[in-house]
Design a protein around this ligand. Structure first.
Ligand SMILES: Cc1cc2nc3c(=O)[nH]c(=O)nc-3n(C[C@H](O)[C@H](O)[C@H](O)COP(=O)(O)OP(=O)(O)OC[C@H]3O[C@@H](n4cnc5c(N)ncnc54)[C@H](O)[C@@H]3O)c2cc1C
Length: 418
């Protein structure tokens, strides 16, 4: 009998959460993480919804929460604005290093073990079944297990090596983020998002304040150098000049974000795929923490139940995909369509869309809607509101031709507008 029931590859939030759940249900779990410290290096803003945390029953200690957010300002390419404000916080910004370490503490508390500084080289397989992993470098050896949970993140190296279908890299944006101090003229409870093909082609730029003049400033881009675009955004964008002209960059990190919606198949005999590796990420905003944890919780449950039933066949593990799709599949699909629509808008149409949102006072229609993860369901509810219906109709009409012709492409290259 193998020593490990479950091996988790990668101690990102999704992997740790899956490990915690499987260990709570009695499985013997080991996580392998290539970095020596969990949660570091961190490249993530850590902006997550309070509703999402509640759904997952996660209570975060104060030291992990860097700020609480009550409002968002959307800046159109030409500089007009649309704001959403709530009387109480809808989301928070977490310190990702501490957040991941807190999740790890709870996984270890549930009985999971972790080996850091250990890189997994490949899956072990027998008769088409994943039966463990093989480690790299000094620790090079084969480790058998009944189930492997793959949380290797967006790189998907192991999945590619094993010949499994992976996420669509054409639908991935490269993102870069600076932790800065010296932000001025900003509401400390407001996230600011900036759109436009000159600013952040195929995604957006953000300023997320931490409540004390420091903050996270970043952007994603489907083409071009995100680093150059970020420097241009910080130093040359007239929209942000008054806010960022005295800021000092303390750290700069970069990482890709998958925006194509989930991979086609997230289970194979002996293997479950979670988090960014499965592209459990909102294609609209790039947020992957709540989606990844939601799927990971189910992966942990199914892995533990496969161990009890002594059945790690594809048939048994397919229950994982059925269940996570029931929870978030519709949302990911709707957000993938929305992403395609947004990608096909040229800057002038984006300007028009945001001015319609202001003109129609969409912020009033949205004031009771605090759900930022389940955007598909929220949209469907919104359609009943005449103002939202008009704004959505514009989005549909404006994007329909490009949407149809850009099928399969993440980003319709309409050229940089001046
Ligand atoms: C700039 C930026 C900002 C973001 N902001 C937000 C945000 O505000 N809110 C939000 O919800 N999401 C955000 N995201 C997305 C979020 O960071 C990811 O969705 C999330 O980290 C995915 O978690 P994960 O556990 O799937 O994978 P990861 O966090 O990528 O973890 C994967 C782990 O696997 C390890 N690993 C990989 N290969 C191996 C191997 N062979 N052997 C051993 N270990 C291995 C890696 O070292 C890593 O620790 C952002 C992403 C970026 C790039």
């Amino acid at each position: 009998m193998p020593k490990n029931d479950v091996i988790v590859v990668g101690a990102g939030p999704a992997g740790i959460y899956a490990a915690k759940k499987a260990a709570e249900l009695g499985a013997k779990v080991t996580i392998f993480e290539e970095h020596t410290e969990v949660g570091a290096p961190s490249h993530c803003t850590g902006h997550i919804s309070l509703n999402g945390l509640r759904r997952l029953n996660l209570n975060l200690p104060k030291n992990i929460v860097e700020n609480k957010i009550t409002s968002a300002v959307f800046h159109s390419p030409s500089g007009s604005q649309f704001s959403m404000r709530y009387p109480t916080p809808v989301s928070c910004v977490v310190n990702r290093r501490l957040f991941d370490q807190k999740l790890l503490d709870s996984a270890i508390g549930a009985g999971a073990e972790i080996s850091t500084g250990v890189s997994v080289d490949s899956f072990l397989s027998r008769d088409g079944q994943v039966v463990g992993v093989s480690l790299k470098g000094k620790q090079k050896r084969a480790i058998p297990s009944r189930i492997v949970i793959d949380d290797e993140g967006v790189s998907s190296t192991l999945l590619k090596r094993a010949g499994f279908e992976t996420l669509d890299s054409r639908k991935t944006v490269n993102a870069v983020q600076a932790e800065v101090d010296g932000i001025q003229n900003i509401n400390e409870q407001t996230v600011e998002l900036f759109f436009g093909r000159n600013t952040a082609p195929g995604f957006y730029a953000w300023i997320v304040p931490l409540g004390d003049g420091t903050g996270k400033v970043g952007l994603g881009a489907a083409r071009g150098s995100p680093r150059d675009l970020l420097f241009r955004f910080i130093h040359k964008n007239p929209e942000v000049e008054s806010k960022l002209k005295n800021c000092r960059i303390r750290t700069l990190t970069s990482h890709p974000i998958p925006l194509g919606g989930n991979v086609a198949k997230t289970f194979h005999p002996g293997l479950l795929i979670v988090g960014d590796a499965a592209s459990h990420v909102k294609p609209t905003t790039g947020g992957g923490i709540i989606m990844g944890l939601t799927a990971a919780e189910i992966a942990g449950e199914i892995a533990a139940s496969a161990i009890k039933s002594e059945d790690s066949s594809a048939w048994f593990l397919s229950e994982y995909e059925r269940r996570w799709k029931k929870e978030i599949g519709f949302e990911l699909t709707m957000m993938r369509y929305l992403r395609r629509m947004l990608d096909s808008l040229v800057d002038k149409q984006f300007d028009t869309l945001l001015s319609y949102c202001s003109l129609l006072r969409l912020n009033e229609a949205l004031k009771d809607k605090r759900e930022i993860d389940f955007q598909g369901t929220s949209l469907i509810r919104l359609v009943k509101n005449p103002r939202a219906f008009l704004a959505l109709s514009y989005l549909l009409l404006a994007t329909f031709p490009a949407f149809i012709s850009s099928r399969g492409h993440a980003y319709t290259d309409g050229g940089i507008e001046n």
